[in-house]
Design a protein around this ligand. Structure first.
Ligand SMILES: [Zn+2]
Length: 333
């Protein structure tokens, strides 16, 4: 399980109490031949019990998890818990500080870098340390995402469809405890190397989220993140308190299990959405048109569905390149 890493950590994850520290990633730059890049990590522990890993900022431009986990790290007292909570608010901190999805240092997507390599670029080095030294400690792994700069999402807790039915049913139970409108079972249509895939593969109770988008960032989405984490910690037995009533007592479990549910732009241009999230559409419906700014006397290109379902997400950035995802459809499970 343990592999050598060039990354070090300056807190003791086995100690009781609350510790703020850093993962220190070796780096050599033009301004410092010898340097380390610091990524905050917090451990809150009180005796024996389950371990939950909470990460945010896997994609730098998704700030819901980052803010929620910074608040939680500051406010939670170790005496309020039984077990251990490890928080990494800004997993891809270089991207978070740049306001970008991908790392500005090496151009990498943290959520395609797992399990990484100890001699990789900075993103892969961080992924490798987290994969081999942090995730194995956890019983429950939560990676908080949102639509960031490019997508709007209906609020959901999400996961892949796993073969292990016992693990899957525990994950759905945990996801429902969060208290969001949807539990979204998704397919990978844009590559492998996801943090959740790695944790799922180790048999961990693994949850992701999609909470709104950069332009929906605000009190409503932050409350969904904070209340949901509280409810999950109650479900796990780490906090003995009543769950917070989110108004959702039974999340709807939906799946996008056909690659055609992930509708990619057939051409570049300016996207005009015609249908909104939450709408239910049939096969062959025009859900958006794409205007060609160089041929405005011609009709815009009609984007038609190839499957039916509820619109779970839609592109938030009108300027669209061929092949970029413009909407996702899901059906009840
Ligand atoms: Zn994300």
């Amino acid at each position: 399980m343990t592999e050598d890493s060039l990354v070090s950590i300056d807190i003791d994850l086995e100690a009781d109490g609350k510790q703020f520290g850093n993962m220190k990633v070796p780096m050599s730059t033009n301004s410092a031949g010898w340097s380390q890049y610091f990524i905050p990590i917090i451990s809150i522990r009180n005796g024996d019990g389950p371990t939950v890993l909470l990460s945010g900022g896997n994609h730098g431009d998704e700030y819901e998890g980052q803010v929620t986990l910074m608040n939680l790290a500051r406010n939670l007292d170790p005496t309020e818990i039984q077990g251990r909570i490890i928080l990494i608010p800004m997993l891809n901190k270089p991207a978070a500080m740049a306001g970008t999805r991908l790392s500005p240092i090496d151009g990498k997507n943290m959520n395609r870098a797992f399990p990484g390599d100890k001699d990789d670029d900075i993103t892969g080095k961080i992924a490798h340390f987290v994969a081999h030294h942090i995730i194995p400690l956890a019983d429950i792994v939560v990676d908080i995402h949102s639509g960031g700069s490019s997508m709007h999402f209906l609020p959901s807790v999400n996961m892949h469809d796993l073969e292990d039915q016992e693990q899957m049913s525990r994950m759905i139970e945990a996801a429902k405890a969060w208290g969001l409108p949807y539990v979204f079972i998704y397919e990978d249509v844009a590559g492998s190397g996801l943090l959740p895939s790695y944790a799922e593969g180790l048999g961990k109770i693994t949850l992701g989220t999609e909470l709104g988008s950069k332009s929906q960032f605000g009190p409503e989405m932050l409350k969904m993140a904070a209340d949901g984490i509280h409810n999950l910690l109650v479900w796990a037995g780490i906090i003995s308190a009543a769950p917070i009533d989110t108004g959702i007592s039974d999340s709807e479990v939906v799946a996008g299990d056909d690659t055609r549910d992930y509708i990619m732009a057939p051409c570049s241009g300016i996207l005009e959405p015609l249908r909104e999230m939450g709408d239910v559409v049939g096969v062959g419906e025009v859900i958006a048109v794409i205007h060609n700014p160089e041929l405005i006397d011609g009709a815009p290109y009609e984007v038609r569905t190839e499957t039916e379902g509820l619109i779970m997400s839609r592109r938030s950035n009108p300027l669209t390149a061929q092949g970029e995802c413009i909407a996702t459809l899901v059906r009840p499970r």
